[in-house]
Design a protein around this ligand. Structure first.
Ligand SMILES: Nc1nc2c(ncn2[C@@H]2O[C@H](COP(=O)(O)OP(=O)(O)O)[C@@H](O)[C@H]2O)c(=O)[nH]1
Ligand SMILES: [Mg+2]
Length: 476
């Protein structure tokens, strides 16, 4: 059995871009002009034996005059009359595209996904009522997807936006629901909401097969989620156990009368641990990018990046860091630059930058950050470690929201509400993170044991964060 979703919208709203995001592949052609996609293309989303979910990218609606709609209304069968018109693909591309899209919906679609540009005011979109009239004649279950939302939104803003569209379109009974799904900045959780919504809209005879295919989608996305959490957990567990030997503090050092050797040693330890931390963050982010299929598709480019940039340089500036695309957020970019340059902000407590558009300060630019452990070693402090946890979660959110339709991974600003939500959730589990941190100084605990506990704790926290960001989405 084949279950078909058809993407439709006014031309140039973003169907092909959304298809790329949903498929995690660079299919079709995307350009910021009308009628780029000139035929209907079928892409298999999932298949299990002979059953498959197919996503159709259509050329979309071009300009259709209100007079033509009036004329069609006067006929017995407006769709058939419209499709029967002889139209030239070259000289009447808008009508030609519209015919192809309408034909696809009429003949193939089980579910219509109608895309709308969230930035537009639906009351003032000249083509909206015309396209609704046509979709009404076709009368297939339709989901309105709001894209171009301008970035990850708080759930309150999202609800307000949905309501505006709902109020404008509530007279159209074939529109079953409205979902925010920006192809650039959506999260896989929002895709889950779409898949959940579709099930009950399908004819009864398709529902069992659909549920099986939906489970395959879920399984794959949870695999990526769990693998991502494991990457975060490995990085943070290594931070807990990372240590550098230093000589014992003498009485003179304690009195501030030492010869400065110990200070030099500490500085060196700090430099090396900072570099290791930076490298781990690069590796972790690269793994997340890989897991989310966001890396460049040219192997040559990937290789040259590895050779030229993904080593630890003496000093990198933000623009190079942005270009290699290894950091998840503005905060991470600045942090890593700073770490590689010798971690000045750690020593001086200097505030060297801002997160996402000039608010807030670096998470980690606070204080000395190393503590003497057992056996004459220094390790990261508890507070510093806790801030590494926050940054790791923020990095995950940045990658998990990045849609393939936006192209290869590039550094993006993080959202304020992500930081707020992460801090809220982690705050409740501070004790557990402190206990894990303490295991780094406990000879009877192995790194594997800590990793297992860390993985569970991060999974719980990240699930809570996603539930808070997307309340009401029942996919966990
Ligand atoms: N910011 C943003 N831009 C988008 C989004 N979707 C599409 N675009 C841009 O809109 C333009 C048209 O996209 P395309 O997918 O070719 O539209 P189509 O004609 O409906 O297939 C391109 O420049 C895309 O980069 C989105 O979700 N967010
Ligand atoms: Mg297109």
């Amino acid at each position: 059995m084949q279950i078909n979703f058809s993407l439709i919208s006014h031309t140039n709203v973003g169907k092909t871009t959304l298809a790329r995001t949903l498929l995690r592949q660079e299919v079709g052609d995307v350009l910021d002009r009308e009628h780029v996609t000139q035929q209907c293309e079928a892409y298999t989303m999932f298949e299990i034996q002979e059953d498959c979910l197919v996503l159709w990218d259509t050329p979309g609606f071009g300009f259709i005059s209100p007079q033509l709609i009036e004329d069609l209304k006067a006929t017995n069968s407006p769709i058939e009359t419209f499709l029967a018109q002889t139209v030239s693909s070259r000289t009447e591309s808008t009508l030609w595209s519209s015919q192809l899209a309408i034909k696809n919906i009429q003949e193939t679609a089980d579910i219509v996904l109608y895309l709308a540009d969230a930035k537009s005011d639906p009351a003032w979109l000249p083509y909206l009522s015309i396209e609704m009239e046509i979709l009404g004649w076709l009368d297939k279950p339709t989901i309105l997807l709001l894209n171009q939302t301008g970035g990850p939104q708080s759930s309150e803003d999202e609800t307000t936006e949905r309501e505006t569209w709902y109020n404008q379109l509530k007279g159209y009974s074939f529109i079953k629901t409205i979902i925010s799904l920006d192809a650039f900045t959506r999260c896989w959780v929002q895709e889950g909401e779409l898949f959940n919504t579709i099930g009950p809209l399908l004819p009864l005879e398709q529902q069992t097969v659909y549920e099986r295919l939906k489970s395959a989608w879920k399984e794959e996305n949870f695999r990526v989620f769990h693998s991502s959490i494991l990457e975060l957990a490995k990085h943070l567990t290594e931070s807990i156990f990372d240590a550098m030997p230093v000589s014992d503090e003498s009485l003179l050092d304690k009195l501030g009368l030492g010869n400065g050797d110990r200070k030099k040693e500490l500085k060196q330890a700090h430099q090396q641990m900072s570099e290791r931390l930076a490298q781990r963050m690069i590796d972790m982010t690269n793994q997340l990018i890989h897991l989310h299929q966001l890396e460049g598709h040219s192997t040559q480019k990937a290789q040259s990046l590895t050779q030229n940039h993904l080593r630890i340089p003496e000093k990198v500036n933000e623009s190079i860091w942005s270009a290699i695309g290894g950091a998840a957020t503005g905060a991470a970019a600045g942090l890593v630059t700073d770490l590689l340059a010798g971690g000045l902000s750690f020593f001086g407590g200097a505030v060297l930058g801002a997160i996402g558009g000039g608010t807030g300060t670096y998470f980690l630019a606070k204080s000395y950050n190393l503590i003497q452990g057992n056996n004459n070693v220094v390790r990261w402090t508890k507070n510093h470690f806790f801030e590494q946890v926050q940054l790791a979660l923020l990095s995950y959110l940045a990658v998990a929201h990045y849609g393939r339709g936006r192209g290869e991974w590039k550094e993006t600003n993080s959202s304020q509400h992500w930081q707020h939500t992460i801090q809220q959730v982690l705050g409740q589990y501070r004790d557990q993170f402190d206990q894990l941190w303490a295991q780094g100084d406990n000879d009877s605990v192995s790194q594997e044991q800590t990793l297992a506990k860390m993985t569970d704790l991060l999974k719980l926290c990240m699930t809570l964060v996603l539930q808070k960001l997307y309340p009401g989405v029942m996919i966990f």
